[in-house]
Design a protein around this ligand. Structure first.
Ligand SMILES: CC(C)(COP(=O)(O)OP(=O)(O)OC[C@H]1O[C@@H](n2cnc3c(N)ncnc32)[C@H](O)[C@@H]1OP(=O)(O)O)[C@@H](O)C(=O)NCCC(=O)NCCS
Length: 285
């Protein structure tokens, strides 16, 4: 059973709009199809619960468990453990590889990719974290990027000028002062999701990733221009409402036969029938 989320954002070549973001209430039993992106999320504060924290720590590799002991502040350790546990669980969800066995390596420009274990399925992923939220996007094909930001306060004009082109900055100026930060973050997360999907990081200035935006809080946007790439190759999803304190965007390359669908499969919790922690003592105990 699934319930629809709010509006999706897609590039110009997309067919008649429909809302491909669904909250999957039976996600434990769902497998990742080639057309889907699974979007997992977790609130690091939930890891204040010791049972959950121990369970998450048991999903980490031995090296990550060791590293998690080095954090001075609990909140930083919780975020690190939550992010590692989330991505490992998301990858393990439908392939039976124990979470602790995944190995990662940086791609040419730093984007982490799956490097093991041997014979692993060809999964693509991307991770993002901000105050109060960790998200992980997983796909079977194409490239995927995700960004999330905490919505708080206003937005600085210098920041707008640094990462927006003139038409985007003008569109932001037209938004009422109280909605401006939210609109800016809608645009910012789209741009970051795109550069993260390509794995090029901020080597590509965000000003050069140009979106046309419209609607309340920029609820409609399409990638209009970008260097060395075809905007029509990309789909963007921007689920709203389900996490009112956060703005989130997913970018998916469209090198596939059919339209993509983003499926929200979270929040991650205990008792996943196919995700089991290693029987190793976790930090803090
Ligand atoms: C990738 C980047 C955009 C992340 O932005 P951010 O807002 O700080 O962080 P987010 O929460 O969105 O994402 C962090 C995650 O992105 C992933 N990531 C790291 N490098 C990445 C890259 N090049 N592309 C995509 N994802 C990347 C990692 O999983 C990271 O989480 P982790 O460190 O816990 O593993 C930014 O750090 C960046 O540009 N890094 C590359 C450095 C770079 O480009 N330098 C300029 C060279 S000229």
């Amino acid at each position: 059973m699934s319930a629809r989320l709010s509006s999706a954002t897609r590039s110009s070549a997309a067919p008649a709009p429909h809302d491909p973001c669904v909250v999957d209430q039976a996600f434990w039993s769902r497998e990742l199809s080639p057309e889907e992106v699974h979007l997992w999320y977790l609130r690091p504060e939930s890891c204040e619960d010791q049972v959950l924290a121990d369970w998450h720590a048991g999903l980490l590799s031995p090296e990550e468990r060791e590293k998690s002991r080095c954090f001075v502040f609990d909140k930083d350790r919780r975020l690190f453990v939550a992010a590692r546990a989330l991505i490992r669980s998301a990858l393990s969800h439908d392939c039976g590889i124990p979470p602790a066995r995944w190995r990662f390596a940086p791609g040419p420009q730093g984007k982490p990719v799956v490097a093991g274990p041997q014979g692993h399925p060809p999964l693509r992923f991307n991770l993002a974290h901000t105050r109060g939220l960790v998200v992980a996007a997983v796909a079977r094909s194409g490239q995927v990027g995700v960004d999330v930001e905490y919505v708080a306060g206003g937005v600085d004009r210098t920041l707008i000028e640094t990462c927006c082109c003139a038409s985007e900055a003008a569109a932001i100026e037209r938004v009422s002062v109280e909605d401006r930060a939210d609109a800016f973050l809608a645009l910012w997360t789209l741009k970051e999701a795109y550069v993260k999907a390509r794995g090029i990081g901020l080597a590509l200035p965000l000003q050069k990733v140009v979106f046309e935006v419209a609607g309340q809080g920029f609820s409609r946007a399409r990638l209009a221009a970008v260097p060395d790439d075809d905007p029509a190759e990309w789909q963007f999803f921007q689920p709203r409402d389900f996490l009112p304190e956060h703005r989130l965007a997913v970018a998916v390359s469209r090198h596939r036969a059919s339209e993509s669908e983003v499926r929200l499969v979270g929040p991650m919790g205990l008792a996943h029938p196919r995700i089991a922690p290693d029987p190793v003592r976790s930090p803090g105990r």
